[in-house]
Design a protein around this ligand. Structure first.
Ligand code: NAD
Ligand code: MN
Length: 817
């Protein structure tokens, strides 16, 4: 072709990456690959294995070992044996190892990038510029946390042996997100990569070996879901960390419920990408290309739900279609390719089936006429319009290059559409107006919000979800906490026991009650005293007989309480000063009635007057304590590799159910309820079953203290009759178990994956605050010289000044200009 013709067509010639060194590595170590256990390469006794392919070509890359019982047992045993040595080694020593691993990742970054592309099918441009640099950055960053461990996290130690199971979409990066914080905090690990993409984890094992990491600290076992289950269900594992589908997450949540294992889950998403009429449209289009076609859309936080303002929708769709038509799809080893292969035929089929369903449900599907390679596993970029918010294709995660588009009229509608999902992983907001951008960013219920950018990641900014996207964070300080436990917290076998006196409320509805019916303490729901729905009451007895009666709550009372709490979420955005004032006011009003409360407590529990008075005084002081914290539990501005601000906000969890301990019932109630209120949560409190009256008497205090209706609801009765319903309710975001069977609560709450905290009454204030909140990171890039206007195509994210290669994935856009 003459130069002139080339200039006219502006066609890209192929720019193939060499696979020479990767081939050499595969030849040396394959074609059958072992596993890395206790510092040794082993193959399974059973001889079981499975094949791994390059999805872009169908070529067989080798056979991977399928670990069974015996290999998983020996990996866990090796991790257990290595734990004392590793966890007691000085932070500096652990830091040196993590640093050495980071260096090795950098030194071998091309090998890792090519192996990853061959095994997964994602473009070499992405593995080279995003995956592998982010892996190195993650190990460097966590070398720092290991170094600073003792001075930053006094009173904390590692959780123990961690079982880690990861997906195939970012094989090495997910491995880094799991292993780096675990090792930094002194844990040892057994990690299983996904069956489609095991090989880069084996290269990583070799790196661990080459830096002399002590045997057993990192164990890599390979296999499919059966092997995964052997790990997550293993008795001698202290913590399970899982990234993958919500479906498998639910299985693991169920399997670990009641085991005492710590758990973090990073699951799926259906993240909104919101474009306002005042957005820089060209940048938004490029951002969208990155959001949904990066890694063929096989990204948990993919911007797969476009919400575009009605006034610009038509123009935006038009531009989008013409941009889609220019995306280059082909061999991912070609450096000039935008979209590579789907990881496996089974995944391609899932995508195809969902698209078919989308059409059957009346959606309009559009795909460019771009030719796909004639072999390999490819799927074209796809746009769905004419869909409704309830369409399957709008609600379900496709995990492929498929975008759905809905329109909205105003920002209120945008927010409600954005939050119309069971997921809450990420969101992207495009507007040149700072008020709109920030208001919407704060209103989306998700863990990461990108303003005028998308798919930004950094080791120092926690990543993770709300609601069915899971719980726990990876990265930064909050990610470290997922691998630590307070040293005073006891062991996993310790069960929370009711330390109160061994007496229970009489369960009969009373004919011989000593108090008249209208003196029965009622429940407190939606700011009003409520009789129990079932119409039953029960006696509360003390050492010298019946002290009073309370309502015997049932499921309906729980439903009413959840409804009231859900309607009171304005509390979350009430300013912190006001929240603290209200809590102080509760303290004052309680103090005024000290004598009355002390008398109640003595009558119920048999404590002496002095003991009861000191309990009330402690409760007053506890209200003061959390009132003080209300405006002091600050978020952070993270230092990341992006030019701009990353604001980490501590947000309330939402509606929280709490069971309160029997011992020192008023104090116990306060210690659990007050921090949650201080942080902006709405609460459904279940007072001690045997000593509920101190809590029910509080309604008088609450009524005179300006606490908005529904923010605190109190349901009394026999816990076993309604606590499971509370735990199971989809409107409840989290459970704090201060008394009773934490296992039962965990099992009951499997369906919507609540975060459940087994309360440690003696935990530090910091622990209470952390358990009352989750972190949202809002990414705000800025820079006058790099204004978002008139950027060349393909630079929505990459026009930022960069001093570091690991800034985050660049876009799929062309780099012609
Ligand atoms: P998957 O859940 O099928 O598999 C994930 C891993 O779990 C694999 O290693 C698999 O072998 C293992 N596994 C399967 N069944 C198991 C069982 N019963 N017990 C234990 N382990 C088991 O998910 P996938 O198809 O590999 O990955 C796609 C999903 O991962 C998507 O839904 C995506 O949203 C999610 N994802 C989430 C994040 C995040 O950070 N939130 C990141 C990447 C992917
Ligand atoms: Mn593969």
């Amino acid at each position: 072709m003459a130069v002139k013709e080339i200039l006219e067509s502006l066609d890209w010639g192929p720019a193939p990456e060499s696979d020479k060194f990767a081939r050499e590595w595969l030849d040396q170590h394959g074609p059958s690959f072992g596993m890395y256990i206790n510092g040794q390469w082993v193959t399974p006794e059973s001889g079981d294995n499975f094949e791994s392919f390059n999805p872009a070509t169908g070529e067989l890359l080798g056979t991977i070992s399928q670990a069974g019982d015996s290999e998983v047992n020996s990996a866990v045993a090796a991790a257990r044996a290595a734990l004392p040595g590793w966890s007691s080694s000085p932070g500096h020593v652990r830091a040196r190892y993590l640093y050495a691993i980071a260096r090795q990742v950098q030194k071998h970054h091309r090998l890792l990038a090519v192996i990853e592309t061959l095994d997964n099918g994602k473009p070499i441009r992405e593995t080279r510029d995003a995956d592998v640099p982010l892996v190195a950055r993650h190990f460097y960053h966590h070398a720092g946390w290991a170094q600073l461990f003792d001075e930053t996290f006094p009173g904390y130690g590692p959780v123990g042996v961690c079982g880690q199971v990861i997906p195939w979409n970012f094989p090495l990066l997910m491995l880094a997100w799991k292993i780096a914080p675990a090792l930094a905090a002194g844990n040892t690990v057994v990690l299983k990569p996904a069956e489609f993409t095991s090989i880069s984890a084996l290269v990583f094992a070799e790196i661990c070996n080459s830096v002399g990491l002590p045997p057993g600290v990192v164990n890599i076992v390979t296999g499919d879901g059966k092997t995964g289950a052997l790990i997550t269900e293993h008795d001698d594992i202290d913590k399970v960390a899982f990234t993958g589908s919500t479906e498998v997450g639910r299985i693991i949540r169920k399997a670990t419920a009641g085991s005492g294992k710590a758990l973090t889950l990073e699951l799926g998403g259906k993240s909104p990408f919101i474009v306002f009429e005042d957005a820089d449209i060209d940048s938004a289009i490029e951002g969208l290309v990155n959001a949904i076609w990066f890694n063929q859309g096989q990204v948990c936080c993919a911007g797969s739900r476009l919400l575009v303002q009605e006034s610009i929708a038509e123009r935006f769709h038009e531009k989008l279609r013409s941009r889609m038509a220019k995306l280059r799809i082909g061999n991912p080893m070609n450096k000039a390719i935008d979209m590579g292969a789907i990881v496996d035929e089974s995944q391609r089929k899932t995508i195809e089936d969902l698209c078919k369903l989308g059409c059957d449900e009346g959606g309009e599907m559009w795909q460019p006429s771009t030719e796909l390679p004639d072999k390999g596993c490819f799927f074209p970029p796809t746009l769905f319009t004419n869909v409704s918010p309830s369409s399957t294709i709008v609600q379900e995660e496709v995990f492929g290059p498929v975008l759905v588009s809905l329109t909205f009229r105003n920002h209120k509608e945008a927010i409600s559409l954005a939050n119309n999902t069971r997921y809450g992983l990420a969101g992207s907001v495009w507007s040149q107006d700072i008020d709109t951008a920030l208001e919407v960013a704060r209103s989306i219920r998700a863990g990461a919000i990108w303003v005028n950018c998308t798919n930004q990641f950094d080791a120092n900014a926690g990543f993770g979800g709300y609601r069915e996207s899971g719980f726990g964070r990876e990265g930064g300080r909050e990610g470290m906490h997922a691998y630590m436990r307070p040293l005073s917290n006891g062991t996993k076998t310790e069960k929370m026991e009711s330390r109160g006196e061994q007496k229970s409320a009489t369960k009969s509805s009373s004919s011989n009650a000593t108090e008249s019916v209208d003196r029965t303490a009622k429940m407190y729901i939606g700011g009003k005293q409520k009789r129990p729905d079932g119409g039953y009451t029960m006696d509360v007895t003390g050492p010298s007989g019946t002290v009073g009666q309370v309502g015997r709550g049932n499921r309906k009372d729980i439903r009413d309480a959840v409804e009231a709490a859900s309607g009171a979420t304005k509390w979350a955005t009430t300013n912190a000063h006001t929240r603290s004032q209200i809590l102080y006011y509760i303290a004052e009003n309680l103090e005024q009635r000290s004598a009355e409360f002390a008398a109640r407590i003595s009558a119920m529990t048999g404590s002496t007057t002095a003991q009861a008075e000191s309990e009330v005084a402690d409760a007053v002081s506890e209200w003061f304590r959390w009132a003080a914290w209300a405006d002091k539990y600050d978020g952070a501005v993270h230092e990341t590799t992006m030019h701009g601000l990353v604001l980490a906000l501590n947000e309330p969890l939402g509606v929280v159910g709490v069971t309160c301990p029997d011992e020192r019932p008023l104090f116990g109630f306060t210690r659990l309820v007050a921090p949650l209120l201080a942080m902006g949560n709405s609460v459904i409190a279940v007072p001690s079953e045997s000593n509920p009256l101190a809590a029910t008497d509080l309604y008088q205090v609450l009524e005179t203290s300006d606490l908005p209706a529904g923010v605190l609801n109190i349901v009394t009765g026999i816990h076993s009759e309604f606590v499971p319903a509370l735990a199971a309710h989809d409107g409840v975001d989290s459970m704090w178990v201060g008394v009773g069977d934490v296992d039962e609560v965990q099992i009951a709450s499997v369906s919507n994956m609540k975060r459940v905290w087994k309360v440690n009454m003696d935990a530090s204030g910091d622990e209470y605050l952390r358990q009352s909140t989750h972190v949202k990171n809002i990414w705000l890039p800025h820079g006058i010289n790099h204004a978002t206007k008139h950027r060349p195509m393909g630079s929505a994210n990459s026009a930022r000044p960069s001093t570091n290669v690991s800034r985050g994935p660049s876009t799929n856009g062309c780099r012609r200009s």
